[in-house]
Design a protein around this ligand. Structure first.
Ligand code: GLA
Length: 419
């Protein structure tokens, strides 16, 4: 149970305190470093990162926190019956709430193994080793307030926290882009997910009170202020995850590649709606629809970024709803639960729940890879909690599933420091 005093502490400091306390309890010596990796939510620009397009995500104030110490800090006293001594070349990884300690030999080449969550850490260690950097033996405790597998990039968060930890541990620092790309490779090779660059870049380069407009071709970023005090970002987790998510993602990627090849461009970033219309009769209908989503979504994203900057909220909201419809109909990565959440948000804003909530939602759409996970909404801040409660109530009535909703704000990117 959280005491009153703890409740008043802001989220991240509380999580860091939890990480250091559980580390000390588990390993019987104090941590030396702390690393944090934020999750992300994407406001718009979905399934376009692997098509060289533009995305507009933000890091969120939900994190993976790792507390760690070098193995040299272990002392004879720390050996207890429940925690026997381990050889000095074996690193130990603990996760809050899980009994099992994961042992990793950082002096040899990394291989995928059980438990699956530790593969993100192994993959990042492998990335350092590939650069000829020796990773010393360590003890680490991982804690999180980020829902796992909910489409908020808990995997990118643990990768980025690990990479930041290894930087401070080894003294080898890299650029944020290099670090994000190392983590993306870890995800490809150790989690076998052929993701684009959005999640790792958002977790690396997030900035408080800013969205991140990322050109996934040039990897150039610009921070777009989201500082309007009357607007809040609301995330509602459908708490469903459909089976299709893995195979469906890879399949979408290859359909986009086929569409680009048919249009004679290296990626769909280079195709226009006119090119697509001209090629329609020669294209597989499904690839045509995939391409229509990508080409229109890239345009919506740059327009939405400009509209955020100009505080033209109606335009931002319209782009969000259009993005959802395109993901649902053309890209086919939504699901009944996500569609329902979007329709509930829209209905509430149209006054279906009460007049008080009329015009409370600016826009709403599914976010992330899809097939379950979360929707993101921009809402009027003073009504945000009421909107969250109303959507959750109606969702549960219709589906029998309890949603989880929370209000978030753009946060800073991953980092590590010495305690
Ligand atoms: C997942 C991937 C990202 C991106 C999104 C869809 O989150 O990890 O690279 O492709 O799906 O926009």
């Amino acid at each position: 149970m959280i005491s009153d005093a703890q409740e008043r502490l802001p989220r991240l400091p509380r999580l860091i305190e939890q990480a250091t306390a559980t580390f000390t309890k588990r390993f019987a010596h104090p941590p030396k470093w702390v690393a944090i990796g934020p999750g992300r939510v994407n406001l718009i620009g979905e399934h376009v990162d692997y098509n060289d397009g533009f995305v507009l995500p933000m890091a969120i104030d939900r994190h993976i926190v790792i507390a760690a110490a070098p193995a040299s800090a272990r002392c004879a006293l720390s050996a207890t019956e429940s925690l026997p001594q381990v050889p000095s070349h074996i690193s130990r990884l603990a996760s809050d709430g899980q009994e099992q300690l994961v042992e990793i030999d950082t002096t040899s080449a990394m291989k995928r193994s059980d438990p699956a969550w530790a593969n993100y850490v192994r993959g990042v260690i492998a990335g350092f080793q590939d650069r000829g950097i020796t990773v010393p033996t360590f003890d680490a405790m991982v804690v999180s307030d980020l829902p796992m597998g909910g489409g908020l990039s808990s995997s990118a968060a643990i990768e980025m926290a690990t990479a930041s930890l290894l930087e401070i541990m080894t003294g080898h620092f890299m650029s944020l882009a290099e670090k994000a790309l190392l983590c993306q490779r870890a995800e490809h090779e150790f989690a076998r997910v052929p993701c684009g660059i959005m999640d790792q870049f958002a977790s690396a380069m997030g900035r408080r009170d800013h969205l991140l407009l990322l050109d996934c071709r040039s990897q150039q970023i610009s921070h777009v202020p989201l500082q309007d005090d009357s607007i809040a970002v609301l995330i509602v987790n459908s708490n469903v995850r459909h089976e299709l998510s893995d195979g469906g993602y890879a399949q979408r990627r290859s359909q986009c590649e086929q569409a680009a090849a048919m249009l004679g461009v290296s990626s769909l970033r280079d195709a226009t709606m006119a090119d697509l219309a001209a090629a329609e009769s020669q294209m597989e209908p499904v690839n045509y629809r995939r391409a229509r989503h990508v080409i229109s979504e890239i345009q919506r994203t740059t327009e939405a970024a400009a509209a955020v900057e100009a505080a033209q909220w109606d335009d931002v909201g319209k782009a969000m709803y259009e993005s959802h419809a395109s993901l649902r109909d053309d890209f086919e990565v939504s699901c009944a639960e996500l569609d329902l959440l979007v329709e509930l948000a829209r209905g509430i804003s149209e006054g279906q729940a009460s007049d008080v909530l009329r015009d409370s939602v600016i826009g709403c759409r599914m976010t992330g890879g899809g097939f379950g996970g979360c929707v993101v909404s921009l809402v009027k801040k003073h009504l945000a909690s009421k909107v969250a409660a109303e959507i959750s109530k109606r969702y549960e009535l219709k589906t029998g599933i309890a949603a989880t909703a929370f209000i978030t704000r753009p946060a800073d990117g991953a980092k590590a420091w010495l305690l």
